[in-house]
Design a protein around this ligand. Structure first.
Ligand SMILES: *Cc1c(COP(=O)(O)O)cnc(C)c1O
Length: 366
């Protein structure tokens, strides 16, 4: 008997699930005769793992019959030392998306409110809705930046958590240190503010906040970071939060037991050790980003400040057709229907092709 002919399944699922949007994964670019396909839709690092990192993973693979170190001791100690924070303030998870879900689980009862900017990271509405919390989305301003004044005004009695994504995925701008400090002065002490710095390593503006300094001054601030982007370990799933004692302890309670594999733990430690080498690659990507932004602006595209490893094309109703045109040229970009297209800075050839397609797009429209 197939599912199709069966009675509707009477199993009762949580009603909140109906409101949970599905995550749209970046698809691999379709193969095209004689054209190298590039996937620049998921903000991945185009560089393969460093030899030293691969070696650490190979070694860790020899013990995968065992559970990983549940306390994530080595990585936690390495992070604590690197960031100059107590180990008890570090909480790891299977990617920073998982840590984010833990943050919501430890702060929100059903109906409590989570404020974040919109458009921002598409995982936010998913993890908020899954927790049964209520999303409060505050529109970005005309420059595709967080409107921190409007976010402060959105705070109510029910607000438990505020997410600040800087640089903002998918639009690119980072918040400024001064505006973030002014904002924090308006947030009640019992509301947790999470600064999501997934793209911190790619930032170049000197107005970018020192989130760790801000966390040190504010017991209600946590910093969220990942090994998926600059560190190039997206496939291993490891991220972390830096938060004050009570918050970090609660985060560890809410974590999936044995979630972060030994492979991920060892790869992350090796990556911290080899950061000088990784930083060379990050600088290359930043240079490439500047080149792409300059070329697109030269063509007349209103590209917002790009502080991550991606650029935003505010195409509005043309977002999907543009992505389709890219796909036909072997380039997978990430459209947000009716809003815009996010393009990751990856291989040079991919950027060149993007610039070319963007140029042609404008000439066809004029
Ligand atoms: C990619 C990204 C993350 C990190 O996701 P992982 O689960 O660590 O891979 C977190 N926040 C934002 C805004 C991101 O774009």
């Amino acid at each position: 008997m197939t599912e199709e002919t069966a009675q509707p399944n009477p199993v009762r699922l949580r009603t909140t699930l109906a409101g949970v949007p599905a995550y749209t994964p970046g698809k691999p670019a379709a193969p095209l005769e004689g054209v190298t396909a590039y996937k620049i839709s998921s903000n991945e690092n185009p560089y393969p793992p460093l030899p030293s990192v691969l070696e650490a993973v190979r070694e860790a693979a020899g013990t995968i019959n065992r559970y990983p170190d549940m306390g994530v001791t080595g990585l936690t100690a390495a992070l604590a030392e690197r960031l100059d924070v107590p180990s008890s303030h570090v909480a790891t998870g299977t990617g920073s998306v998982a840590v984010l879900a833990q943050l919501i689980n430890i702060t929100c009862d059903p109906g409590d409110e989570v404020i974040y900017a919109w458009r921002s990271f598409e995982a936010y509405p998913i993890v908020v809705a899954l927790a049964g919390a209520s999303p409060v989305q505050v529109p970005l301003d005309a420059d595709a930046r967080h409107d921190l004044d409007a976010m402060a005004e959105a705070i109510t009695e029910r607000t438990r958590l505020i997410l600040v994504c800087t640089p903002n995925n998918p639009t690119g701008p980072a918040v400024r240190a001064d505006e973030l400090r002014d904002f924090l002065a308006k947030v009640p002490q019992d509301v947790l503010v999470v600064i999501d710095e997934a793209y911190l390593e790619f930032t170049t503006e000197d107005t970018v906040p020192d989130a760790l300094a801000i966390y040190r001054e504010h017991p209600n601030v946590a910093v969220l970071r990942t090994f998926s982007k600059a560190y190039g370990l997206a496939g291993l799933r490891v991220g972390y939060a830096v938060a004050h004692e009570e918050v970090a302890t609660a985060l560890r309670k809410a974590a999936t037991p044995f979630g972060v594999s030994d492979l991920a733990q060892e790869a992350a430690i090796a990556s911290l050790t080899a950061y000088d080498e990784l930083e060379v690659r990050v600088k290359e990507l930043v240079g490439e980003r500047e080149r792409v932004v300059a070329a697109l602006r030269e063509q007349g595209w209103p590209v917002p400040d790009a502080q991550g490893n991606f650029v935003w094309l505010p195409l509005r109703e043309d977002a999907v057709p543009f992505a389709q045109a890219c796909q036909e040229r072997g380039l997978t970009v990430r459209p947000f229907a009716g809003e815009g297209v996010r393009c990751t800075i990856g291989e040079t050839e991919a950027s060149d092709r993007l610039i070319e397609i963007c140029g042609e797009w404008l000439t066809q429209r004029t």
